[in-house]
Design a protein around this ligand. Structure first.
Ligand code: IVH
Length: 643
């Protein structure tokens, strides 16, 4: 009822089946309030309850091929060997909804409720774009579409991230999120969530289910396109297997396949039991959630230096695969889950290869809190969690876990431009122990290189020449090459231009660093941290010994715009961004990516957005393309900055 289940769906299904079996063996013990006696959740207080036009029934489940074939056998027997076909549809994992149209207009939407009486969620459903508010067809008749409201998987992940930031509990899965978004008292909440409605049932019904699906589309509703008519059980079984394989390719969750006898007249003859139709069955995919114990939490260091906590689990089979590890992403995630070592958790295997921990189901006894290590488990370098970042990182670029990435970045085009230094070679160099940090590249010799597999004298000679050439790289490239978090090509250029010397940058205080254009507190802190780390200090010393130039001659271009900083925003009528930038720079001006008090002009075109707002907020002068061209032109009096 509260959209916050305490056990897994699979556990619920198993208990439900057991109860059903017990009740049929001992009817004297079956009670009126048994969960087997109702179809859905009891309507929650707060919504108006409205009876359904006809009961919204549930479906019987087939948990494997055998049960599916048993269903088929029953159908064939009941139809007395008369020919028939199935319609197979995806079983969307959402929340069922009945949508009523009167006089061609969307009139009412009801959740399933207990199957007989639903909750009126009309105003909330009105915000779902895939529910048309008008239908051109059948304007004179009243009709009803039933279907499923689903939550897109990506939107679901984004929503949970937002909720984590806001300190709200995460939704367990997209279905609960769909329910939690539709069954809210404020329609604005529903509107803010990207829900989708897929229709699969039409009242009054046409002659067959396949016709109903086509007709629903005609009337403007969304119908999931992956349905198929199946001439017999073998085709149906194949369809189920196919989608069990492909389920992760869909943007939303499915938990099975629904098979329906196609012809309405045959459906009528097969009829219903108290709870479900005899003409349809839900083939459920195996559950991909199970409970297990977190035996330990270990930390892995990735290629970018990010430390990822990984849960070591008591091995458990989840949907046919044994799972013994699950990623925990970062410290915040562990906190959000309230997870301690020793706890029993629900693990889920979804589209991704790495299983995840959904929630803690029972606290362990004993249990032990996890703390992110203060030093890197691989190199013992300093671990830092930057403000506003979820990840903790090892900041030693020569950390063996980071080394390959560091070298690839160092050698990349636009950085040190070392042609021929690709993935495979870097693997060889690091794995053979020849290179333990970037400066080792400069100790490589022909002999050492030709010992490597697949490395001939000719390519080795070329490579050495390219490495040698990189020694004369100008300072901006060197700074970029260091791989300092938040310092890319552009910031490296600005730093070199502003300070003109690497030693000055390395020893500057944060405040001083922020003098540079586009360098805010975050970048300044990152720089300061980097140059304080002992490994990095010795790296800088070695680079100096190797003859890298730490000095940078600022070649100021002279022109009308000298000393002026511009920010471009929106689409200019004639100039492309690149054109405008090139023209400003060749007139001695600078182009910055963000508006600050250091900005002299914001050049705004059509569809200018946040930067324009920011300019207004800071009182920065806003000009158009025409005015920019005038400034670049000869009229130098116009460039004098306002005091
Ligand atoms: S037909 C009487 N078709 O699964 C027929 N149901 O376990 C009722 N569902 O209550 C449903 N996709 O919420 C049908 N293509 C589909 C479905 C589907 C998902 C849901 C629906 C239903 C439940 C039954």
């Amino acid at each position: 009822m509260l959209d916050a289940p305490e056990i897994t769906d699979a556990e619920y299904d198993a208990l439900f089946r057991e109860l059903k079996a017990l009740e049929s063996a001992h009817p004297e013990f079956a009670s009126d309030d048994s969960p087997t006696q109702r179809v859905g959740a009891t309507p929650r207080e707060g919504f108006v309850k409205v009876p359904h036009s006809s009961p919204m029934l549930s479906l019987d489940n087939a948990l494997n091929e055998e049960e599916l074939r048993a269903f088929d056998k029953r159908v064939r027997e009941l139809l007395g060997d008369e020919p028939f076909t199935y319609v197979a549809e995806l079983k969307l994992d959402g929340l069922s909804l009945a949508v009523h149209y009167r006089n061609g207009k969307f009139a009412q939407a009801l959740t399933r409720g207990d199957g007989t009486v639903g909750e009126d969620v009309t105003e909330n459903a009105r915000t779902i774009r895939s529910i048309p508010l008008k239908s051109r067809l059948h304007a004179q008749n009243d009709w009803e579409a039933r279907g499923e409201v689903v939550f897109n998987r990506k939107a679901f992940d984004a929503l949970n991230e937002e909720r984590a930031v806001a300190g709200l509990p995460a939704f367990v899965n997209p279905r609960n999120a769909a329910a939690g978004s539709l069954r809210v008292l404020d329609p604005a909440t529903t509107a803010a969530r990207k829900l989708e409605f897929f229709a699969y049932f039409l009242i009054p019904p046409p002659a067959s289910q396949s016709e109903a699906l086509r007709e629903l589309r005609e009337r403007g509703l969304k119908v999931n396109e992956h349905w198929r008519t199946c001439s017999d059980i073998d085709v149906l079984v194949a369809f189920c297997k196919e989608w069990e394989e492909k389920r992760d390719t869909l943007p939303f969750e499915i938990d099975g396949v629904v098979a329906k006898v196609d012809r309405f007249e045959q459906q009528q003859r097969l009829g219903w039991t108290a709870k479900a139709p005899r003409w349809a069955i839900a083939f459920k995919f195996p559950a991909r959630q199970e409970n297990t114990v977190v035996e330990n939490i270990e930390v892995q260091v990735g290629r970018t230096g990010a430390l990822t906590p990984v849960a070591h689990l008591r091995p458990v089979a989840v949907g046919g695969v044994t799972v013994s590890r699950a990623t925990l992403h970062n410290e915040d995630e562990i906190e959000r889950l309230g997870l301690h070592i020793g706890d029993t958790v629900l693990v889920e295997r979804s589209g991704d290869v790495i299983p995840k921990v959904v929630r803690v189901v029972a606290q362990g006894e004993p249990r032990r809190a996890f703390h992110m290590p203060k030093s890197c488990p691989v190199c013992e370098g300093e671990v830092v969690r930057a403000e506003g970042e979820a990840a903790s990182r090892c900041i030693n670029p020569n950390c063996p876990a980071r080394l390959k990435e560091t070298i690839l970045h160092w050698a990349a085009r636009g950085v040190m431009d070392i042609d021929g230094m690709g993935d495979a070679l870097v693997d060889q160099l690091v794995d053979s122990g020849l290179v333990r940090n970037v400066t080792d590249l400069y100790d490589l010799t022909l002999d050492k290189l030709t010992e490597l597999e697949r490395m001939g004298a000719k390519s080795a000679t070329k490579l050495l020449a390219n490495i040698e050439k990189s020694r004369s790289a100008p300072l901006p490239r060197l700074i970029n090459g260091l791989g300092i978090p938040f310092v890319g090509e552009r910031t490296a250029q600005i730093l070199a231009e502003t300070f003109g010397d690497l030693d000055k940058i390395a020893t500057a205080e944060e405040e001083e660093l922020q003098r540079a254009e586009e360098v805010g507190p975050k970048v300044a802190a990152s720089l300061r941290r980097f140059f304080h780390e002992p490994h990095n200090r010795s790296l800088i010393a070695k680079l100096r010994d190797l003859g890298f130039s730490f000095h940078y001659e600022i070649t100021r271009k002279s022109g009308n715009l000298e000393g002026l900083t511009f920010v471009l925003t929106g689409v200019l009528p004639h100039l492309t961004r690149e054109d405008a930038k090139a023209r400003i720079e060749s007139a001695g001006g600078k182009v910055s990516g963000s508006v600050s008090r250091k900005t002299r002009y914001v050049v705004a075109g059509e569809e200018a957005g946040a930067k324009l707002d920011k300019a207004r907020e800071l009182g920065v002068e806003v000009i158009d393309e025409q005015r920019l061209l005038e400034l670049i032109g000869t009229d130098s009096s116009a460039t004098a900055p306002a005091s």
